[in-house]
Design a binder for this molecule. Structure first.
Ligand code: E4P
Length: 217
């Protein structure tokens, strides 16, 4: 399973990238706002740092404007995935841009039927938002399971990119279901390595090691 970092914070991306675990990056208008950076400038920097897909989102809502914005974003770098919302205008834009050879990430997906439409429109990635479904007492992971079944039933190539990830359990469950990608905030990705028994075991080893009086270096 691929890990994308869900942020436009270039320092956080660089720090995680040093672990070799980062396969891509996702951004959205809210994350650009949070970064305080110019979208074109920060996206260019992220694309230079990361080899994998970097999602940059259009903000137009009409089809023609969306296509124009998508084409402009795609010019930033070869590894741009143009992010479009799951609306009819977004789906039409997805078709045109993927036909032209661009990667497209269809975002704001909250139902299996929406995911089916995105796959039929040729989306490179579908982004179902699990956390926001959980927020309204629906089951985000059940949606991932449904999309996996549907895409496998018809051998769609569209990759399931689990978004709106809030916890390490979302990551585990996505991996068990067989989602292709998880995009998570840096804090969630960092927590994946945490376990209290690892901390406890390491402390015990260090205490015993100190008592040996030895050094390896
Ligand atoms: C990423 O592609 C999404 O925009 C992001 O994961 C949304 O996360 P949120 O629901 O925590 O804002």
């Amino acid at each position: 399973m691929k890990f994308f970092v869900d942020t436009a914070d270039i320092d956080a991306i660089a720090e995680l990238n040093d672990t070799g675990m980062v396969d891509g990056v996702t951004t959205n208008p809210s994350l650009i706002l949070k970064s305080g950076r110019d979208i074109l400038e920060v996206t260019r920097e992220i694309c230079a740092l990361i080899d994998g897909p970097v999602s940059a989102e259009v903000v137009a809502t009409e089809y023609e404007d969306m296509v124009q914005e998508g084409r402009k974003l795609a010019k930033i770098a070869d590894n741009i995935a143009i992010k479009v919302p799951l609306t009819w205008a977004g789906l039409k834009t997805c078709k045109v841009l993927t036909d032209a050879g661009h990667m497209v990430n269809v975002t704001l997906c909250f139902s299996a039927n929406q995911a089916l439409l995105a796959a039929k429109a040729g989306a490179t990635f579908i982004s179902p938002f699990v956390g926001r479904l959980d927020d309204v007492n629906l089951d985000g992971m059940e949606l991932i399971n449904d999309i996996r079944t549907i895409y496998d039933n018809y051998a769609f190539d569209t990759e399931i990119l689990v978004a709106s990830v809030r916890s390490v359990n979302h990551v585990t469950e996505s991996a068990l279901i067989g989602a292709d990608v998880v995009t998570a905030p840096p804090a969630v990705l960092k927590k994946l390595a945490d376990h209290p028994l690892t901390d406890k075991g390491l402390a015990a080893f260090m205490a015993d090691w100190a008592k040996t009086g030895q050094n390896i270096l």
